[in-house]
Design a protein around this ligand. Structure first.
Ligand code: NAD
Length: 503
């Protein structure tokens, strides 16, 4: 019928899991038309009512969680535990949190004015829905990363056109199904399947915002296309997160955190630990603890296991290239370092020591279950190296001294920093999450994020309506005298000291 089709395979077992029909630009245009009609009605639904409807997806997700986990595991090859933790629990938390705060954050907001304006006018800020939002998602957290922008956009009164990754597409269908079953009108959230071609068609279709999560290269293309149309976008892009282990760190905890944050979700985590800088004086002990912990990990396709398959065969080539480059440049591959292809596509948790910044492994996003450790003289050197990156998503500092940890955190050029933990800032919904440098544009989560799916529209009303205002026409000598008198009174007098301008 003229549509391209893509075959899908479970990377843990090699089994085919169906076929994907690629939506083309015409499909996108038709979906946009329907979405526009649905959005007009949805924008009239009171915010509390929108929240009540969307919140219905919470019970449904609890009820369907086993099916959802099964679907995610088939699409990605990840373990059930990773699917539960990274996708289902996170998804539940996103819906619950944003539904609970929607009315507070999105209702008309009265504004206290400064100076003489307070006596003259009153203003509210009305958070107007933008219209139709395009949500484009990656394959590593396909369910949770679809749910978060989608629920925020819906609560803010928009329609959503969701374009899931072609590598793990069914999460998009499930996200839509949960909201539809909860009572969100069918055309208000529509899923468009396909690869970059469908994504590009969506970006240029005439939507009102793009919420993108994915790679730096695609993010830059999307930013350019949005700039052409003067529409906003948020870009949640890749990372190369550094972990700094200070001499006074709790080494047992730091080693456990290092292994988990480098390896969970098969290492396909934007804010996963990709570089570890450990202070020399504790490096022997830290490395030995890390080695013991990696040795105890179990990898496989079924049963009790810690590590699943790689989610995409093409990621394997990046991981292999980085490991071979590191090996050639003198790094020591202590554990792992070789793919296991037996039906599925697996890469064992790999420990690499003696790495340095000439190696791709320390420069570019590897996105695999690799623990890369570099020894440093002191914390200053660790900070310098941590900041020596094109990325700036998040980072972590491990120390028993909280004040020192916070001081070091402030020197890190990253969107967020954790002390004594890593790779979970995205889940803290009260604070903004986003990348500096090449790691992104804009931030998600928090009040600002929810409001970024609206246009904040100030509406002002006059408190007193005289027939004429002193600054309206005619402009004569008296007008100038009055205005000049106001300058002296308001800006040049004791009134300033009365915090006239601060409210
Ligand atoms: P990708 O950029 O290849 O694809 C992401 C999405 O964009 C997919 O749906 C894809 O089909 C679509 N796409 C591709 N080309 C497009 C184009 N020209 N126009 C519009 N859409 C297009 O990324 P990926 O490989 O799926 O995801 C992995 C990347 O995502 C990693 O770099 C990872 O760090 C990043 N990521 C970032 C975050 C974050 O919150 N910062 C979270 C998860 C993943």
């Amino acid at each position: 019928d003229g549509h391209r089709r893509l075959g899908l395979r479970n990377t843990a077992t090699g089994e085919p899991v169906g076929e994907l029909t690629v939506n083309d630009a015409q499909d996108v245009a038709r979906a946009l038309e329907r979405a526009r009609v649905a959005q007009k009605k949805w924008a009239q639904v009171p915010i509390a009512e929108r929240a009540k409807i969307c919140a219905g997806a919470i019970d449904l997700l609890v009820q369907y969680r086993e099916e959802v986990i099964e679907m995610i595991c088939q699409d990605t090859g990840k373990t059930q535990t990773d699917a539960l933790m990274v996708e289902v629990i996170a998804g539940l938390d996103f819906i619950t949190h944003y539904c609970a705060r929607a009315a507070r954050d999105l209702s008309d907001e009265p504004v206290k004015l400064h100076g003489f304006f307070r006596a003259l006018k009153k203003f509210i800020v009305h958070y107007r829905p933008l219209g139709v939002v395009g949500v484009i998602t990656p394959w590593n957290g396909p369910f949770a990363l679809a749910i978060n922008p989608t629920v925020q956009a819906l609560l803010a009164g928009n329609a959503v056109l969701l374009k899931p990754s072609e590598v793990a597409p069914h999460s998009g269908d499930w996200a839509a199904r949960l909201f539809h079953e909860a009572g969100v009108p069918r055309d208000l959230i529509q899923v468009l399947h396909g690869d970059g071609e469908t994504g590009a068609a969506l970006v240029s279709a005439g939507v009102d915002k793009i919420s993108f999560t994915g790679s730096v290269a695609t993010g830059k293309k999307i930013a350019a296309a949005c700039a052409e149309q003067l529409i906003p976008c948020t870009l949640e892009l890749g990372g190369k997160d550094a972990m700094i282990v200070c001499a006074d760190a709790d080494l047992e905890r730091a080693a456990g955190g290092a292994v988990f944050a480098s390896v969970f979700n098969s290492g396909h985590v934007c804010m996963g630990v990709e570089r570890i800088y450990v202070v020399e004086s504790v490096a022997d002990e830290f490395e030995s603890l890390v080695e013991q912990k990696i040795r105890s990990l179990r990898m496989g396709a079924k049963g009790e296991r810690d590590v699943g398959a790689l989610f995409w065969d093409r990621q394997l080539s990046t991981i292999e290239r980085h490991i071979e480059d590191a090996r050639a440049k003198g790094a020591e591959i202590v554990l792992g370092g070789k793919a296991v292809i037996d039906g599925g596509i697996f890469y064992p948790p790999t420990l690499v020591r003696n790495v340095d910044h000439t190696m791709d492994l320390m420069k570019h996003e590897t996105f695999g279950p690799i623990v890369s450790i570099m020894r440093v003289k002191d914390e200053d050197e660790a900070i310098r190296l941590a900041n020596d990156s094109e990325y700036g998503l998040s980072g972590s500092v491990w120390t028993k001294d909280e004040a020192k940890g916070i001081a070091l955190a402030k020197r890190m050029e990253t969107g967020s920093v954790l002390i004594n933990d890593a790779s979970m800032s995205y889940g803290i919904l009260e604070v903004p999450f986003g990348g500096m440098k090449d790691s992104g544009l804009g931030q998600v989560n928090g009040t600002k994020s929810l409001r970024s799916y609206t246009f904040p529209q100030p509406i002002g009303v006059d408190k007193r309506t005289p027939k004429n205002e002193p600054h309206w026409y005619p402009h004569d000598a008296k007008t100038a005298r009055n205005l000049d008198g106001m300058v002296k009174l308001v800006y040049g007098s004791f009134l300033k000291k009365l915090r006239f301008f601060t409210g």
